[in-house]
Write a protein that binds this ligand. Structure first.
Ligand SMILES: *Cc1c(COP(=O)(O)O)cnc(C)c1O
Length: 426
C-alpha cells in the first residue's frame, strides 16, 4: 500500500472525508488524494516522495512558486517578534497602502483572514450602506461558504435561489437572486423588477470556480451601469484574480471600476489573509466608524501580513506579469496543439497566471457550457497526467495556476507528458 493511501485511510478516521476542504478528496476524479510533504518553486512532493509539477499553486496564492526564499524569510523574521497581538501594527498600514496604491478603485481596505470572510463582510457592508436586502450573484461563481452565497438558480427566471448546501435555511437565501454569468439581459431584467431593493451585485469578474470563464463583451460594463443607475454596490470578488491576472486585477484589464473589491489568495502569499475595500464613503459604514459590525481576532495577523507585503513587493518588479503570462501562454497554446495533433477536442483560455482547460471544441461562456464538456475525458487526462508527475486541479470545474517559476523547461516537461497522455485518449 502506498503511503498516500495509508495516510488517507488514517485521515478518514479523524477528519471528515480525510480532508479539510472538499475538493482535496479527489471525489470528482476518483483515486487516492496525494498527501504533500514539501514544495519548492513549481514542484511539490507527496508522501511517496513522488514529484509533481504543480498547477494548483495552493489554488492561487503560490504565484511566486512555492517557498520563495524572500517570502519565507519575511515570515521567519515576523514570527520571531510574536505571532499575534490583537492590537494594531505598522505593517497593517503598509499593506493597506500597498493595496490602495495598486487598485485605483480602492480608497480604504480592511483585512480579514480568508476570502470567505472578505465576501461575507462585503455583502453585509453593501446591505448596511444601502439599507437594502437583495443581492445578485451568478451561477457558477463561488464567493466562499457564507450562507447567503451558497445558492443556485431556482426554476423560473428571476426567482430566488435554492440553497446548495444542507444547513442553509431557504429563508437565508431568500434575498439572493441568481442569474446566468454573462447574461446582461438577465441583469437588466432583474434591475427592472427589483432595482430599488438590490443592495449589491457580486461577481467574479473573470470566473475561476467553474473552470475559467471570461466576461463577454459588455457584461461588466452592464453591471457597472445598472448598479450606478439603481444606487446598488458593485462588488468584484477578486479573491482569485486579484494580482493573479495582472497588476491591477480584472478591474485593471477591463477598465471597469467596482465600488468594493474582495481579495485573498495572492495577497497572503500562502498565509491566511483576506481583504475587502473600496470607496471611503462605503467603507465608513464599518465599525467602529459606522454601524456595520465586522471584526476578527487574527485579522491583520503580523506573520500573514509580512508574507503579503513581501509577495506584493516582488510582484511589482518590472516585467513580472509579462514573464508570467508568457509561461501561461506557452502552456495553453502547447496543450491545444498537442491535443490537435492527437485529434482530441481540447480548448484552453488564459489570463496572466491563470488558465482554463476544456474538453470541448469551444471556450465556454457560462456554467452550462462548462458542464457540457467531456468530463469523462477530463478525468482520464487528470489521472494520466498525475501518473506522469503533473498535478492539475482534480475537478473539471476549477481553473489552473501558473507561477513565475514555471519556466520553459517546466512547461516543456508538461507538454511532453501531455503528448503521451493525449495519445491514449484519442
Ligand atoms: C477561493 C475563493 C473564495 C473563498 O476564499 P477562501 O479563502 O477559501 O475562504 C471566494 N471567492 C473566490 C472568487 C475564490 O476563488
Amino acid at each position: 500500500m502506498s503511503r498516500n493511501a495509508e495516510l488517507f485511510e488514517r485521515a478518514c478516521r479523524s477528519i471528515p472525508g480525510g480532508v479539510n476542504s472538499p475538493v482535496r478528496a479527489f471525489r470528482s476524479v476518483g483515486g487516492t488524494p496525494r498527501f504533500i510533504e514539501r514544495a519548492q518553486g513549481p514542484y511539490f512532493w507527496d508522501a511517496d516522495d513522488k514529484r509533481y509539477i504543480d498547477y494548483i499553486g495552493s489554488w492561487g496564492p503560490a504565484i511566486l512558486g512555492h517557498a520563495h526564499p524572500e517570502v519565507v524569510k519575511a515570515v521567519q523574521e515576523a514570527a520571531v517578534h510574536g505571532l499575534s497581538f490583537g492590537a494594531p501594527t505598522e505593517a497593517e498600514i503598509v499593506i493597506a497602502e500597498m493595496l490602495i496604491e495598486r487598485l485605483p478603485s480602492m480608497e480604504q481596505v480592511r483585512l480579514v483572514s480568508s476570502g470567505t470572510e472578505a465576501t461575507m463582510s462585503a455583502i453585509r457592508l453593501a446591505r448596511g450602506a444601502t439599507d437594502r436586502n437583495k443581492i445578485i450573484k451568478f451561477e457558477g461563481c463561488y464567493h466562499g461558504h457564507a450562507d447567503s452565497l451558497l445558492v443556485k438558480a431556482g426554476s423560473g427566471l428571476l426567482t430566488f435561489g435554492n440553497p446548495t448546501s444542507a444547513g442553509v435555511p431557504a429563508e437565508f437565501v431568500a434575498h439572493t437572486i441568481v442569474l446566468d454569468y454573462n447574461d446582461s439581459e438577465g441583469v437588466r431584467a432583474a434591475f427592472d423588477a427589483h432595482g430599488q431593493d438590490i443592495a449589491c451585485v457580486i461577481v467574479e469578474p473573470i470566473a475561476g470556480n467553474m473552470n475559467m470563464v471570461k466576461p463577454a463583451a459588455g457584461f461588466l460594463e452592464t453591471l457597472r451601469e445598472q448598479c450606478t443607475r439603481h444606487g446598488s454596490v458593485l462588488v468584484f470578488d477578486e479573491v482569485m484574480t486579484g494580482f493573479r491576472v495582472g497588476p491591477q486585477g480584472v478591474q485593471g484589464l477591463y477598465g471597469v471600476e467596482p465600488d468594493l473589491t474582495t481579495l485573498a489568495k495572492v495577497i497572503g502569499g500562502g498565509m491566511p489573509i483576506g481583504a475587502f475595500g473600496g470607496k471611503s464613503e462605503i467603507m465608513n459604514h464599518i465599525a467602529p466608524v459606522g454601524a456595520v459590525y465586522q471584526a476578527g481576532t487574527l485579522s491583520g495577523n503580523p506573520v500573514a501580513v509580512a508574507a503579503g507585503i513581501t509577495t506584493l513587493r516582488l510582484l511589482s518588479e518590472p516585467g513580472f506579469y509579462e514573464t508570467l503570462a508568457s509561461h501561461t501562454r506557452a502552456l495553453a497554446h502547447g496543450l491545444t496543439s498537442v491535443a490537435r495533433k492527437h485529434g482530441v477536442a481540447l480548448s484552453t483560455d488564459f489570463e496572466g497566471g491563470m488558465f482554463g482547460l476544456y474538453f470541448s471544441e469551444t471556450i465556454p461562456t457560462s456554467l452550462s457550457d462548462v458542464s457540457a464538456g467531456n468530463i469523462e475525458m477530463f478525468k482520464r487526462f487528470f489521472h494520466g497526467m498525475l501518473d506522469e508527475g503533473v498535478y492539475f486541479a482534480p475537478s473539471a470545474f476549477e481553473a489552473g495556476f501558473v507561477s513565475c517559476t514555471h519556466d520553459s523547461d517546466v512547461i516543456d516537461a508538461t507538454l511532453q507528458a501531455a503528448d503521451k497522455v493525449l495519445a491514449t485518449l484519442a
